[in-house]
Design a protein around this ligand. Structure first.
Ligand SMILES: Nc1nc2c(ncn2[C@@H]2O[C@H](COP(=O)(O)OP(=O)(O)O)[C@@H](O)[C@H]2O)c(=O)[nH]1
Ligand SMILES: Nc1ncnc2c1ncn2[C@@H]1O[C@H](COP(=O)(O)OP(=O)(O)O)[C@@H](O)[C@H]1O
Length: 304
């Protein structure tokens, strides 16, 4: 395998730009938190105000870095019902919300931790589709390119879909410790995650997404316990079978083999940190990216 040349100047410029962007996001978070306090104050001082009719949930959602999943968790902890408006808050709820908004100011000086997220799930659930959507719509996330001994399918590009390599080159990379993890998938071909691009991206502060199988996910968790494991689920088993058949890339025999593996893989979902149902590609992709941002926001605001 010939990984692309690393342009050190461009990489260090990109790292500086990424640091600046993160600092500006932190400033924005600070400002939005203070203005959220101002909205709360107005709502509490005048029940006639527009602010008084605002839902607590919408106020929290207006803070950068807080998505729906995390906001629901915070509201649970603050013991505030999802439908509550600012004017309807009890005294203790007001205190808890204010404390959250004021006291948990972002720790701007704290270096931001970048994130490694592993996306796994049964065959044909839509891992490739969701990952491609993330690559095309969230350029700040690096999608790792694996090496494989399987033959390219029509339309697959070497270095983009996979690095297509032969058994000898795979053996060499295993022996040289160039893989973060590797596995034989569907009892057939070998697949591995090259380590270097991931280390480079994480140290430049980028989030990294690995779309790999469950054996690989377990190895990554063992090597890097800070990694977040996400399991992609089909809405139903019937829909999974429909997607596999609909894709039309496997023979009947191969489909059978993959469905057998899929049953075993679905049984492993509890080992994962999060489960995301792939009903709609755009929504599933947003949920996966939000899981990266949740962790970033925890880094920004301190543990919650
Ligand atoms: N462990 C591991 N699994 C991988 C890697 N790259 C891809 N896979 C998995 O290999 C399986 C087969 O991938 P592929 O041949 O592209 O077929 P797919 O089932 O259509 O995605 C999928 O479950 C991928 O998630 C890797 O680097 N390591
Ligand atoms: N949310 C979705 N709704 C409907 N079809 C989907 C969805 N996500 C993926 N698909 C389709 O399911 C099939 C399998 O998706 P793919 O990304 O190849 O799965 P995987 O990489 O998990 O094996 C493809 O034909 C794809 O277009």
């Amino acid at each position: 395998m010939k990984p692309p040349e690393v342009d050190r100047v461009a990489a260090s410029r990109a790292a500086v730009a990424a640091r600046r962007a993160r600092a500006s996001v932190k400033r924005a978070v600070n400002e939005r938190r203070l203005s959220a306090v101002a909205v709360l104050d107005t709502a509490l001082s005048s029940t006639e105000s527009v602010e008084a009719t605002m839902r607590v949930r919408d106020l929290l959602l207006s803070i950068p870095g807080l998505g729906p999943v995390r906001v629901d968790r915070i509201m649970g902890r603050l013991e505030i019902a999802a439908s509550k408006r600012l004017s309807g808050l009890g005294v203790h709820q007001q205190q808890r919300l204010r404390e959250f908004l004021v006291k948990r100011a972002p720790r701007v000086e704290q270096p931001e931790q970048s994130r490694l997220v592993v996306l796994a799930g049964p065959t044909a659930v839509g891992k490739g589709t969701v990952s491609t959507y993330i690559r095309e719509n969230y350029p700040e996330v690096l999608l790792s390119v694996s090496a494989t001994t399987r033959a390219p399918r029509p339309g697959e590009v070497d270095g983009v879909s996979y690095y297509f390599i032969d058994d000898d080159e795979f053996d060499r990379m295993v022996a040289a410790g160039e893989f973060l993890e590797w596995a034989v998938v569907h009892n057939k071909s070998r697949y591995g995650t090259p380590r270097t691009p991931i280390d480079t991206a994480l140290s430049a502060g980028r989030s990294v997404l690995l779309e790999i199988d469950i054996q690989g996910a377990r190895q990554v968790k063992a090597a890097m316990p800070e990694a977040t494991l996400v399991f992609l689920l089909p809405p139903t088993w019937e829909e999974l079978v429909r997607r596999l058949i609909g894709r039309g890339t496997e023979s009947l025999e191969e489909q059978e083999r993959r469905l057998t593996t899929a049953r075993v893989e679905l049984a492993a979902q509890d080992e994962f940190d999060h489960r995301v149902v792939n009903r709609d590609v755009q929504a599933a992709a947003a949920e996966v990216v939000e899981l990266m941002q949740i962790q970033k926001a925890i880094d920004l605001h301190g543990k919650e």
